[in-house]
Design a protein around this ligand. Structure first.
Ligand code: ADP
Ligand code: MG
Ligand code: ZN
Length: 633
């Protein structure tokens, strides 16, 4: 979840980080030079707190800072010109001091050290400029905070973008036809408002696009502006919410002022949940800045008549956390769902993005669409781009299905790395993956194997056994109990193979992900799908991450301790049963296993067809495996 919280912490960390780097530079400088610059005994000194007092009392006339030495030289009132200045040791970070200097209008100068060698001088100059800029920025930020935007920060740093012409049309957006249809109307509002106003209809002000990341919400908003030929103003919710109070609200004001000057137009607010979250809720309580910003947004939305020709489109993937005030009539009262694309949608999106790419004729977009359930539009665009990059790298004329395959793996699993040298580790990984693959091929309800490989991938993946995805099942989401049980058994196949072949003492942590997914799946079977001896009782709501927007107390479980124990028993029973089954199958096919492992170590990758071919020499394959119609590449 992207939110202002994370942003804020990042900012703070970054801030600290800069100071640490600065400090270490200063120390390094000190070590390098090693020259006490002000070694004369005639100097008088003040402590830091004395200095602050003197400034307060108005006795200080001039301060020269020497950041390189971490000191400042100070002249006091009544001090003669030839009298030496007072020396004050500074901290690396002196916000109060700088505040006071500014308040009292004291002559303030940052000086370079008098005894630098020429080479060091350059470094110093850069360093000093850096220090001064950082210090000034810090002061500015603090001022903004303490004096309520006295410097008109929001205005001076307009953070919204304006595009007079987005150049994007509805044709560039595929796969979300219902959303497009609904938004077609908005285009008409913008183009021919008379049509609606003539009969007294009010033009809607706000449309909320709801959907997971990468499904084309931004693209869709741009397409509306493009189709209607109006300017497109955009800002991200997280940009409203800065570290200091008042800036967000003033940005909202600026944005709406600019938009009114350019009406008709579209205002697009991305990630609106960053500002539009329920007020006064969540862990850590409310946040003034965010609430002010949200209030300003609400005020602005009420402040213009529906017919000025400004339509606000906001995007979020968390409509549930939004403040109710945002959703009431007259604000974002229209919600349009932008969901992950289905098969046809994916095909459409692939067609859009294949327009400007050269593909060989054997590449079938339909086959790619079938193999990529769960991909968002952005994933698909990214995947095709990866394939194009690979093609260029391999000096080919056009993208072949080989590059597509590699790109899909790269996007879903990670970059492939150099193969391991033959070793015990490689052998263990091979047994693990063949364990998965064997079960995938021998179990009745399993999706068939697409390929198994022991070429490692980035992110610590040693290899993988990949099923052919059954797009009917994935798109409909109707997984059967038998399928789930087989899925669990397959997931345990890796560990089962390690256990059978190398013994219980040699099993590795490589199975951690498998084990995790087994636990999740088995638990869901028991608590959500009613697929255990506990009966068809839903015991848990779909697990939702605890987010900061709304009460997290309501996340408590809805059953007693006693039931919790029963659930654990059931979950464990499922896992144990599946594990035993996996071990049994592997034990009974030991000879076959050894042969497959030798082949895998030799070839690094075995395609599903070849794998099934070998297995069929030893035993008969289940029906589903025989009848599979692999997407031809
Ligand atoms: P969101 O705003 O929903 O996170 P974006 O609109 O930023 O997603 O999508 C990112 C990119 O992914 C787009 O620029 C486009 O290239 C591609 N994309 C996403 N969805 C679609 C779609 N439905 N049709 C065509 N391209 C899409
Ligand atoms: Mg977006
Ligand atoms: Zn595994």
């Amino acid at each position: 979840m992207k939110s202002f919280w994370t942003k804020k912490t990042k900012g703070q960390i970054r801030g600290k980080h800069i100071w640490r780097i600065l400090a270490s530079w200063i120390i390094t400088q000190g070590v390098l030079l090693g020259t006490p610059a002000f070694a004369d005994n005639t100097q008088k000194s003040l402590t830091y707190s004395q200095l602050l007092e003197k400034i307060k009392a108005g006795e200080v006339t001039e301060i020269d800072a020497y950041p390189s030495q971490g000191i400042a030289k100070v002249s006091l009132e009544g001090q003669k010109n030839n009298e030496p200045m007072y020396t004050v040791n500074l901290f690396e970070y002196n916000p109060e001091l700088l505040d006071q200097i500014r308040d009292q209008k004291i002559n303030f100068e940052v000086k370079r050290s008098p005894d630098n060698s020429a080479a060091m001088g350059l470094v110093f100059n850069i360093l000093i400029v850096f220090v001064v800029i950082t210090v000034l920025l810090t002061i500015l930020r603090r001022t903004g905070q303490s004096q309520g935007n006295a410097l008109n920060f929001g205005k001076s740093r307009a953070r919204f973008q304006m595009e007079a012409k987005t150049g994007i049309l509805f044709d560039d957006v595929a796969g979300i036809e219902e959303a497009k249809e609904e938004l077609q109307e908005v285009v008409t509002f913008l183009k021919k408002p008379e049509k609606f106003t003539a009969i007294g209809a009010k033009i809607p002000k706000g449309v909320l696009l709801v959907g997971p990341p990468g499904t084309g919400k931004t693209l869709l908003a741009k397409a509306i502006a493009g189709e209607a030929g109006v300017p497109f103003f955009s800002i991200s919710g997280s940009e409203f919410v800065e570290m200091f109070v008042g800036v967000g609200a003033s940005r909202v004001r600026d944005l709406f002022r600019k938009a009114k000057e350019n009406a008709p137009c579209i205002i697009f607010i991305d990630e609106i949940d960053a500002v539009g979250r329920q007020r006064g809720a969540g862990i850590g309580g409310g946040n003034d800045e965010r609430e002010q910003t949200l209030n300003q947004l609400l005020t602005e939305m009420d402040g213009f008549e529906g017919n000025t020709g400004i339509i606000i489109i906001a995007a979020t993937n968390r409509p549930d956390v939004l403040d109710a005030a945002l959703l009431r009539p007259g604000r974002f009262d229209r919600q349009v769902i932008v969901d992950l694309p289905s098969y046809n949608g994916r095909l459409g999106i692939l067609e859009v993005h294949a327009r400007n790419k050269k593909l060989t004729s054997e590449v079938s977009l339909g086959a790619i669409a079938r193999r990529t359930p769960g991909f968002s539009g952005a994933d698909l665009a990214n995947m095709l781009n990866e394939a194009a990059i690979l093609t260029a790298r391999r000096r080919k004329e056009a993208i072949t299905s080989l590059e597509i395959d590699d790109a899909i793996d790269r996007v879903t699993i990670g970059l492939s790395l150099a193969p391991l040298l033959d070793s015990k580790k490689k052998r263990l990984i091979a047994y693990h993956e063949v364990g998965h693959s064997l079960l995938m091929t021998l179990l009745k309800n399993s999706d068939p194997l697409n390929k198994v490989t022991i070429i490692p991938r980035s992110g610590g993946v040693g290899g993988f056994a990949q099923p052919v995805l059954d797009e009917g099942m994935i798109d409909s989401g109707l997984y059967t109990r038998a399928w789930l049980i087989d899925r669990i058994t397959i997931s345990l196949g890796g560990r089962a193979a390690e256990d059978e072949i190398f013994g219980p003492a040699e099993v590795t942590v490589g199975a951690a992900n498998d084990i995790r997914s087994v636990a999740n799946l088995a638990r869901e079977m028991v608590t959500r799908y009613g697929m255990s001896d506990l009966g068809p009782v839903a015991l848990e709501n779909p697990s939702e991450e605890v987010f900061l927007g709304r009460g997290w107390q309501s996340q408590q479980s809805e059953y007693s301790e006693e039931v919790a124990i029963k659930i654990d028993h059931q979950v464990r029973a499922i896992a144990f049963r599946c594990y035993e089954e996996a071990r049994r199958i592997i034990r009974e096919n030991r000879v076959l296993m050894d042969r497959l492992v030798d082949l895998l170590i030799d070839k690094e990758t075995i395609e599903g067809d070849e794998f099934r071919q070998i297995i069929s020499e030893y035993t008969t394959l289940p029906e589903k495996q025989l009848s599979i119609n692999l997407p031809k590449k």
